[in-house]
Ligand binder design. Structure first.
Ligand SMILES: [Fe+2]
Ligand SMILES: [Fe+2]
Ligand SMILES: [Fe+2]
Ligand SMILES: [Fe+2]
Length: 418
């Protein structure tokens, strides 16, 4: 199976606009939707939000009124695509239930990307982020159990396990230690660029979402948990955006954004079981083929460059949502104790005692940490914390349940070494 969007004919841009009832789509049924269908929708919403915001930013750095008009035209279509995708989420799915979907995306999208990343350093970047979002899923699942009396397995199915990852309390690092080494777009494998653009957009939308809805709950603990995890998502955007090539021109970036949209709609069209949603992905793919054609044309006119020279000959590998339980367990067992220092990853115990990590930790974690309180509270209120471990005991001795071990320490280093 291979696909070359440069060879295809899309829908002419002036024929892409839809009316309000076409955008106000009938939502899915939250009780029967496939968990990975929910995930694909969340990813594509994030991708379309990035398409819109990237285009706005590019327009703000553009003097040429003709280019501004072309950007505006395509951007309006992107904005419509965003509505047609995001309005699939039903009103009776609570904000917290949607949140569980967002973190499932972070786990299974990042796992796929890590396993299909040709560059060893970039793979490490994804593994590192993966364990942090994996932990968020567990914290929110406990909040859901307490505040709405619901089990997160109703949302994730049994496709993704729910248990501690790198504990959120230890994820808070000095912002200067989130900046990674950038790839060079021309030297990097095209898959590396697609991986980075995709995960960055997904994390950015998670950040946007928590920034916006994190103040909607009434319970102080829920508000606190959203505030704390929203800060990690901002940290994740810094982490992922810094791997992209900062020297790529605005037009190169535009071409890569459109190419990435083609890749994802092509991927999801192949795997989506809901025929109505599949048809939407197919429609959007045909729109993206035209967006890409326009971007390539603009690059030719303005920079006198042929995008075919740096784009792959064809797309070979669709992004697939699939179970990654074994992979996540392996990364957990091997990497849970990592932290970062500048652009490198190292065991937390290798940090010098006076490193800025500890100052930042002391500052933000002073006076109580919601991601810890939510588990303490769940143990009190529910008798035990909520987990979904379909494949057995936790792979990290220090993160096993009370039942799985005896005498846990709360000290990170000894908890992990235990
Ligand atoms: Fe789009
Ligand atoms: Fe997260
Ligand atoms: Fe994240
Ligand atoms: Fe597009």
């Amino acid at each position: 199976m291979s696909f070359n969007p440069l060879r295809e004919r899309g829908i002419p841009i002036e024929k892409q606009f839809r009316n309000w009832s076409e955008l106000n789509v009938k939502p899915y049924d939250k009780d029967t939707v496939h968990p990975f269908s929910r995930c694909r929708g969340i990813v594509m919403n994030g991708i379309e939000v990035e398409a819109v915001m990237f285009s706005h930013n590019m327009a703000r750095h553009t003097a040429d009124p003709k280019l501004k008009q072309q950007l505006a035209l395509v951007r309006r279509a992107e904005a419509q695509q965003q509505k047609a995708i995001n309005w699939l989420i039903p009103g009776d799915e609570s904000t917290l239930e949607v949140t569980i979907g967002y973190e499932q995306v972070a786990v299974d999208l990042t796992s796929w990307v890590a396993q299909h990343e040709p560059d060893a350093y970039l793979k490490q970047v994804y593994d590192f982020g993966l364990l942090e979002d994996f932990d968020h899923l567990y914290r929110y699942a406990n909040l859901l159990a307490m505040t709405e009396g619901k089990k997160a397995e109703k949302i994730v199915g049994s496709l993704t396990e729910i248990m501690p990852g790198r504990p959120t309390i230890f994820e808070h690092r000095d912002p200067r230690d989130e900046i990674r080494r950038p790839m060079t777009a021309l030297a990097a494998d095209p898959q590396s660029v697609l991986n980075a653009l995709t995960v960055m957009a997904a994390e950015q939308q998670t950040m946007n979402f928590y920034m916006t809805i994190g103040n909607r709950p009434q319970e102080p603990l829920a508000r606190g948990l959203y505030a704390e995890i929203a800060e990690i998502e901002e940290q994740h955007v810094s982490h992922y955006e810094s791997i992209l090539d900062p020297t790529a021109t605005w037009l190169t970036n535009l071409v890569m954004h459109e190419y990435n949209e083609c890749w994802l709609y092509w991927s999801f069209m192949e795997t989506e079981p809901d025929p109505r949603v599949k048809a939407t992905y197919e429609l959007h793919l045909n729109m993206e083929i035209e967006h890409l054609r326009i971007a390539v044309e603009l690059m030719k006119q303005i920079e006198n460059r042929d995008a075919a020279e740096f784009l792959p000959k064809a797309l070979e590998q669709p992004m697939v949502f699939q179970e990654n339980k074994e992979y996540v367990r392996k990364v957990l067992a091997e990497q849970v104790n990592l932290t970062s220092k500048e652009s490198e990853f190292l065991p937390i115990t290798d940090l010098p005692d006076d490193y800025r990590y500890f100052d930042y930790q002391a500052k933000v974690n002073e006076g109580g940490v919601p991601s810890e309180q939510v588990i303490e509270q769940a143990r009190k209120q529910l008798g035990e914390e909520y987990r979904l471990q379909t494949e057995g005991g936790h792979p990290v001795p220090g993160l096993k349940t009370e039942k799985e071990r005896k005498g846990a320490s709360t000290d990170y280093a000894s908890r992990l070494a235990a």
